[in-house]
Design a binder for this molecule. Structure first.
Ligand code: PLP
Length: 345
């Protein structure tokens, strides 16, 4: 990174924004008679949550060895993505680079904010096209590693951090299922890096909607002042804290999913309608089959729901790794489908 000027990348209205100051910002102690926030004095869920999620950030900080001022907590990664556009992209003016096939929210959020998208597709083996990315001028670049829906970790992301002249968002939603280390170690070196993680996958808390961004203190401060004040409910903060307090449970589940992924990969590859199982660094497998639509419908009829991704990657299904029993049922239904489908043709 030669030279980085955060202000030059931030929308002027956001740079100048004076944030809403909540009652909980103006008085932060937790003892006293609270008559400052127009809360109802009765009940046990009557108080506004901590707008800065201090306990959760402290626990994450200890687990990941990242200072609290480099951590943002959002209402899912979706809120982090939304904030990246709000902070860095002037509607109808700025552009972002996406590398399809990838996570759909980057593009939906661009459309919501009226930000133009430059698409630089991944190569046939789902690697980044670095030179083409660097040939474009854009405010932000979104890369997802391990990537959804292809499942692989992306190579050469660090070269983008070195050379891309804008914000690089690296989405590590699936990093706990991958052998590679998280990019968290690189945060001090790259002031243009926003790292996203989530409680929705490896932490088994998708229902709670808790997403994480790690970035420079300057970027985190911009996210904090731009977000809605009480963006993460007290219940969701508590659930995330509870999950963090049980690291052994987390590790056990991740390991079991990894074992099952290996098993599924092997078994799927032996089925006659399966042409290819792409290697995965995530908790799902991208599987190319003879006829994805037909197989998808067959599975739905048998009450096994996978994701038909054939509009993104030809004849591909994306299959999440389930419990051992769920995976056995999936394999059984696929074996049966071969009989019924081949009998008809
Ligand atoms: C599932 C997923 C997320 C998680 O989003 P949340 O809003 O945190 O649930 C983020 N990025 C990618 C690529 C995903 O597949």
């Amino acid at each position: 990174m030669k030279h980085f000027d955060l202000q030059s990348l931030v929308r002027p209205n956001i740079w100048a924004l004076k944030p809403y100051s909540s009652a909980r910002d103006e008085f932060t102690g937790d003892e006293g008679i609270f008559l400052d926030a127009n809360e109802n004095p009765f009940g046990r869920k009557n108080r506004y949550p901590d707008p800065h999620q201090r306990l959760l950030k402290k626990a994450l900080s200890e687990l990941r060895h990242i200072p609290v001022e480099n951590i943002f907590i959002g209402n899912g990664s979706d809120e982090v993505i939304d904030l990246v556009y709000r902070i860095f992209c002037e509607p109808a003016h700025d552009r972002v680079i996406l590398c399809p096939p990838t996570y759909g929210m980057y593009e939906v959020s661009a459309n919501i904010h009226n930000v133009a998208v430059i698409r630089v597709p991944l190569t046939d083996d789902f690697e980044l096209n670095i030179d083409e990315i660097l040939s474009h001028d854009a405010r932000c670049l979104f890369v997802c590693s391990p990537n959804n829906p292809s499942g692989n970790r992306l190579k050469n992301v660090e070269r983008l951090l070195e050379e891309f002249r804008g914000i690089v968002v690296v989405d590590e939603a699936y990093i706990d299922f991958c052998d590679d280390k998280s990019f968290t170690e690189l945060l001090p070196r790259y002031p243009n890096l926003i790292l996203m993680q989530t409680f929705s996958k490896a932490w088994a808390l998708a229902s709670a909607r808790v997403g994480i961004a790690y970035a420079s203190a300057g970027i985190i401060a911009l996210m904090d002042k731009t977000k809605p004040p009480y963006n993460v409910s007290a219940f969701n903060q508590e659930e995330a804290l509870k999950a963090l307090s049980k690291p052994a449970k987390h590790a056990y589940r991740v390991n079991l999913i990894l074992q099952e992924r290996a098993l599924l990969e092997k078994e799927l590859a032996q089925l006659p309608m399966v042409r290819r199982v792409y290697p995965s660094d995530a908790n799902f497998l991208l599987v190319e089959v003879d006829d994805a639509d037909k197989l998808y419908n067959h599975l739905v009829n048998r009450k096994v729901i996978v994701r038909n991704r054939s509009n993104m990657v030809r004849n591909c299904l994306r299959i999440t790794v389930g419990t051992p029993e769920e995976n056995r049922t999936l394999l059984e239904e696929l074996r049966n489908s071969n009989l019924s489908i081949s009998n008809h043709t």
